[in-house]
Design a protein around this ligand. Structure first.
Ligand SMILES: Nc1ncnc2c1ncn2[C@@H]1O[C@H](COP(=O)(O)OP(=O)(O)OP(=O)(O)O)[C@@H](O)[C@H]1O
Length: 344
């Protein structure tokens, strides 16, 4: 079932937390709301859940206007950052909660709870209390609880934020699996972590300062970001000032063969892993090199652009130039895109 936000605006006193958000999430689709802290992601999610009232705009679920419907009557599954399980209820009773509130028959509740616990791999923990579980286990139970009522819409508010890195990676695998098991659910996934957004979302909505900046299928947004903000927030792109004439793009005076000029777009966007050191490139100096295990992150400055830092990720193992050495930096044209300046 589709979720639609139309011009949704939320104020907290004099703070505008969300400004005119238009967003549609289709049944079976996962849309990640990605953005820095305070950009309005959680507020958007709370507006859909019914926890905050928009000062303007409408919210529809399956075409029905729910803007004035209380949260419990929207039939939405919600998982928040801090597990929020009922501490006095055992795992099975936490999962059963929504079903019992909806007065489902006892046999159905028992069956559904078993199905849900099985789906999140928590069947053997049914009799435990939340305090007897790890953070990741609690979050799995929270997801089972949210999905038990078969909601058409699942809202996940930074559900992995409280977990350590290893557990986060494991849970990310599980969330991918879960998506396949509930193919008709519309999922809104709030995160400040670009890796989570890329791993899970069909489309990513990038937010900044209460507004939606860009929205597109994840791969498109990564490959050809429409704005400098999205380029750097999603995937940490290098942004180099370029001179653009009718048929040529130049960096520090050097023409870049194969990069097509776009009027008004005078920042060149290229990912750190796409830049290469090789002959015939732009003259630059290596300023720093950090070994990161599987790769090294090099920081360079192009001659003539002393204030711009260019990051290059090179696979570990190969020889590296000395810090301070003159290098030649190759920007493969197929990895370059141009974005407008002033959208950083
Ligand atoms: N209950 C509230 N009362 C007053 N201001 C609020 C309230 N909730 C959020 N805000 C403000 O609204 C803005 C957006 O907050 P929101 O929580 O939506 O951001 P976010 O992008 O989800 O951030 P984070 O990633 O840190 O959770 C912020 O400036 C925040 O301080």
């Amino acid at each position: 079932m589709t979720v639609q936000l139309e011009d949704v605006t939320v104020h907290f006193g004099r703070t505008c937390a969300l400004e005119g958000l238009n967003l549609t999430v289709a049944a079976g689709e996962t849309v990640a709301l990605l953005g820095p802290s305070g950009s309005g992601k959680s507020t958007a999610l709370k507006a859909v859940a019914g926890f905050v009232r928009p000062s303007r705009g409408r919210i529809r679920i399956a075409g029905v206007d729910v803007t004035d419907v209380p949260p419990a009557k929207r039939g939405i599954g919600v998982v928040v950052q801090q597990y929020a399980l009922f501490p006095h209820l055992r795992v099975a009773d936490n999962v059963a909660f929504g079903l019992r509130a909806a007065r489902r028959p006892k046999a159905e509740v028992t069956r559904r709870v078993a199905e849900m616990l099985d789906m999140v791999g928590m069947s053997t923990y049914a009799r435990r209390f939340p305090r007897e579980l790890s953070g990741g286990q609690q979050q799995r139970v929270a997801i089972a609880r949210a999905l038990a009522i078969r909601p058409p819409v699942l809202l996940l508010d930074d559900p992995l934020a409280a977990l350590d890195a290893q557990l986060r990676a494991d849970m990310l695998d599980e969330l991918q699996k879960l998506r396949r098991e509930v193919p008709d659910v519309a999922i809104v996934y709030v995160t400040h972590d670009q890796a989570e957004a890329l791993a899970l979302a069909d489309r990513i909505a990038v937010m900044r300062a209460a507004r939606l900046v860009d929205i597109a299928p994840s791969a498109d947004l990564y490959a050809a970001p429409p704005s400098a903000f999205t380029a750097s927030f999603l995937g940490g792109a290098n942004l180099l000032p370029v001179e653009v004439s009718a048929d040529e793009v130049r960096v520090a005076g050097h023409p870049l063969a194969g990069v097509r000029a776009k009027e008004g777009n005078n920042l060149l966007c290229i990912r750190p892993h796409a830049v290469r050191l090789g002959s015939g490139g732009l003259p630059a100096r290596l300023l720093a090199a950090q070994w990161r295990g599987a790769s090294s992150r090099l920081t360079c400055a192009i001659d003539g652009l002393p204030d711009v830092r260019v990051h290059i990720d090179v696979p570990a193992g190969g020889p590296l130039p000395e810090v301070g050495a003159q290098v030649s930096m190759v920007l493969p044209p197929e990895a370059c895109s141009l974005v407008p300046a002033g959208t950083r």
